[in-house]
Design a protein around this ligand. Structure first.
Ligand code: NAD
Length: 373
């Protein structure tokens, strides 16, 4: 392998299901723009995932996709999920699920930045005064908690009633490593961490809080640490979101709170994310970049989804996997420029605004990149 090739970031591009392929196509165009116009060292390999390959080959995640993911340094993912079809039995879906992927590559640190773009303040559901200065990150632990805890299942009791059960579980190591990521992130930002839990009710949260406090005391006393119960956090996110810098929380709380926080950005379609694995002995870490939203079956196939969450996930890739902060900032500026010139998909449109298709929004970002570069 030549040194040029080995310096290349291998990216697996997987649109997936629902609006996933639609938004990922625009993000991929943007990534190619950086490869062509700014010499970003990436090689792209497209792969299939979901109901389409299942119907063609019986695999939700065909072997070529498994291979593309395995060899990739970074994965650009669209979305998974959709109306249950009889053709895809739950076991086949489960065996190749996004949760399994997160677990396999230990992608524990899920960064979800929430920024209120000034151009969208009028279109957002929250008041402009509430949105002023909103710029925070929800750091969601992604490999533990109730989504993975055992025992789990649905059973029939002797009296005929059925019982569904799951287990919220966290061990010290999983809490410590995500808390460490939060403190390190905060040091590069405004120096504030808010840890969100439900320690008034759940033992797993009591341990969470104890471990966060212990790590803070031992290594990160320079960072300001606060704690919030998850129900209050949901309220504070819509009441006064500018108070947050880095919010660290467990898997299920982060899942729910980030959809809520999307209202600060104007739409769920605006939010990008990065899921990072542990740093290996070469200093590299596997990473998956995807918009926060799901497959949005209600709008899939219509070409109207907002691709900016996916496009901004490319900015996160440029910053975190390619170490190209200037390119990341250029892309974020291009998105802001497109928005301030009035580019709107339906989900972020003010009354009377001209509404763009998914690909026209991609065009608007590329036009802005060409103008800014
Ligand atoms: P969703 O995020 O797919 O959609 C919620 C709402 O937001 C819908 O009204 C949708 O139209 C809208 N929306 C989402 N993304 C948008 C975009 N880019 N532009 C404009 N509007 C957008 O959540 P849901 O409806 O609860 O779930 C649908 C499916 O997605 C389910 O099968 C769920 O399991 C799956 N899901 C997958 C992921 C993922 O792939 N990471 C995340 C969440 C949900």
């Amino acid at each position: 392998m030549s040194s040029t090739t080995s310096n290349m970031l291998k990216v697996a591009v997987i649109g997936g299901e629902g609006i996933g392929p639609e938004v990922t196509a625009e993000a991929q165009r943007v990534l190619r723009w950086f490869a062509e116009k700014r010499a970003a060292p990436v090689t792209l390999r497209e792969a299939q995932y979901g109901v389409v390959p299942y119907l063609a080959s019986g695999h939700v995640m065909p072997p070529a996709t498994v291979e593309a993911i395995e060899e990739a340094d970074a994965i650009l993912f669209g979305a998974t999920g959709g109306p249950e079809t009889k053709e895809v039995p739950p076991e086949a879906r489960k065996a190749a699920s996004l949760l399994k992927l997160r677990q396999k590559y230990d992608l524990y640190a899920n960064l979800r930045p929430i920024v209120a773009a000034p151009a969208l303040v009028e279109a957002a559901p929250l008041k402009p005064s509430v949105l002023e200065g909103v710029d925070f990150i929800i750091l969601r632990e992604l490999t533990g908690g109730i989504y993975f805890g055992e025992p789990r299942g649905i059973e029939t009791l002797p009296d005929g009633r059925r019982r569904g059960f799951n287990t919220e579980v966290y061990t010290t190591d999983k809490i410590q490593r995500v808390a460490r990521t939060a403190f390190e992130l905060a040091r590069k930002r405004r120096g504030k961490v808010c840890s969100v839990d439900k320690a008034n009710v759940l033992e797993a949260s009591v341990l969470w809080r104890e471990e966060v406090i212990a790590l803070h005391k031992a290594e990160f006393a320079d960072v300001e640490l606060s704690h919030m119960y998850v129900d209050n956090a949901a309220m504070q996110i819509v009441r006064a979101p500018a108070q947050f810098d880095v919010m660290v929380t467990g898997n299920i709380f982060g899942d729910i709170l980030s959809d809520c926080a999307a209202m600060c950005a104007g739409s769920l379609g605006m939010l990008p994310s990065a899921s990072l694995g542990p740093v290996d002995r070469f200093g590299k870490r596997k990473a998956l970049f995807e918009p926060v939203h799901g497959s949005a079956p209600d709008i899939a196939g219509k070409g109207i989804a907002n691709p900016l969450g996916s496009i901004l996930s490319v900015a996160m890739m440029l910053r975190l996997s390619l170490d190209r902060p200037q390119d990341a900032a250029l892309l974020e500026k291009a998105v802001d420029t497109a928005l301030s010139k009035g580019a709107r998909t339906a989900d972020i449109a003010e009354k009377g605004a001209r509404i763009l298709t998914t690909s026209a929004m991609g065009d608007a970002v590329i036009d802005a990149l060409n103008a800014l570069a």
